[in-house]
Design a protein around this ligand. Sequence first.
Ligand code: FES
Ligand SMILES: [Fe+2]
Length: 349
Amino acid sequence: MHTLSSSEQAVRDYLDTGLRSLWYPVIASWELGSEPLGITRLGENIVLWRDKEGVVRAIEDRCPHRGARLSRGWNLGDRLACWYHGVEVDGEGRIRDVPAVDNSPLVGKKCQRRYSVIETQGAIFLYFPTVEGEPVPELQLPRELSDDSYSNFLCVASWRCNYQYAVDNVMDPMHGTYLHANSHSMAEGNRQAEMELKPTESGFVFKKTDQAGVNFDWVEYGNSGALWLRLSIPYKKCFGPGGPFWIVGMAVPEDRDHCRVFFWRIRKVEGWQRQAWRFLYRTKLEKLHWDVLEQDRMILEALDPAARDLENLYEHDVGLQRLRRVMQKLAKAQLARRAEAESSQGAGH
Ligand code: FES
Ligand SMILES: [Fe+2]
């Protein structure tokens, strides 16, 4: 086993809780009702709520008074009230009222971190900066999620493993032929393949050279404000009209040992075909896809957290190795930016 240098270890620790300067989907829209909701993402405790217009607000889940979880409190629309002593904090993280005393000097003070929020495609995305106050980039989703001629269903699952294992799993098309050999969509084709890497606009494609349009034959990684993986699987005629079945996947770390995966299942279908497909999906296909996802979950949750230190990779792992290097490079750059911000802050005092 290769022992890591201290800088390699720092990069690994950083990556384990998630790259930053990215948008991440954190929950499905349907999970946030009228009550405040406390979640942990990238190791941070965050409270989300909807204001009176239904717009999502997100701030640190910690009361500026004595640290109670604001998610245990009350949704007053433009602000939350802490359950412990009633302190009110708004969506900018600013204290708006301290009801237990008159004229508190705390009122107006901005104490809590706030998060930029976008709600789209059935999910709530938050932006996680590397350094507080950095400019927030636009979130550009792949064509299959931004073009109206496609129709999608979002499937969200919580897995008890580091998110990097979930990412590796999608960067590995060959597992479809084995792990999902009995599934409705991945039973066909060769059980051996030659694979190659090709650069794309915002990432790269990893694909089989000798088979296309048969099984899970290629996967693409992209970074367009969020990290995403995209693939398509051909669909038999009996699964209704429309082109191939697309999947866009994203993984968000909760903490070192837990993550959430977001998979949009998509087809290019319009008009009556869209109705037919959506009906078929709900009544028949959804269950089959959950079965496939369960197979992934069972393998990944049973991996030793140290599995990556004991690997013997071969040609089919070139895609995930490349992606690991891309992520390590981003992590290094972000660590350097943080160190720089800290030292210039120190110099200012
Ligand atoms: S801890 Fe929240 S009001 Fe006191
Ligand atoms: Fe899988």
